[in-house]
Design a protein around this ligand. Structure first.
Ligand code: ZN
Length: 117
């Protein structure tokens, strides 16, 4: 995978991450309105990176968040796009659909079958 491709996926992952952050703040706003709690939104926006309240996310969003973090870490480490199970390159088409994919389709299916057993 060349540098330009890695950067393209990095941008996609960051955009996905930003979308999740927006979802967290929407949830916080709803909760605050519901409980009439006062929140300093200006301060919180500045602390966006450090003060994410992941507890507010549902299970699926939390997992998505962790997958994005893991994918970004793999990009940093230079292992992005490589199957964690068999070590082969994950086809570009699969990464286009699922940028956070850790495994190739074949290994993913094997893993899901064994997880069910
Ligand atoms: Zn594999």
């Amino acid at each position: 995978m060349d540098a330009a491709t890695r950067e393209a996926f990095r941008q996609r992952l960051l955009e996905q991450q930003r979308a999740l952050v927006r979802r967290i703040y929407d949830l916080e706003a709803e909760l605050a309105a519901a409980s009439e709690r006062e929140i300093e939104y200006g301060d919180r926006a500045q602390a966006e990176d450090t003060e994410l309240d992941l507890e507010l996310l549902d299970e699926q969003s939390r997992r998505e968040w962790e997958e994005i973090q893991a994918a970004l870490a793999r990009l940093e480490a230079g292992t992005y796009g490589r199957c964690e199970a068999c070590g082969k390159e994950i086809p570009r088409a699969r990464l286009e659909v699922l940028p956070t994919a850790r495994r190739c389709v074949r290994c993913q299916e094997t893993q899901e079958v064994s997880a069910e057993a």
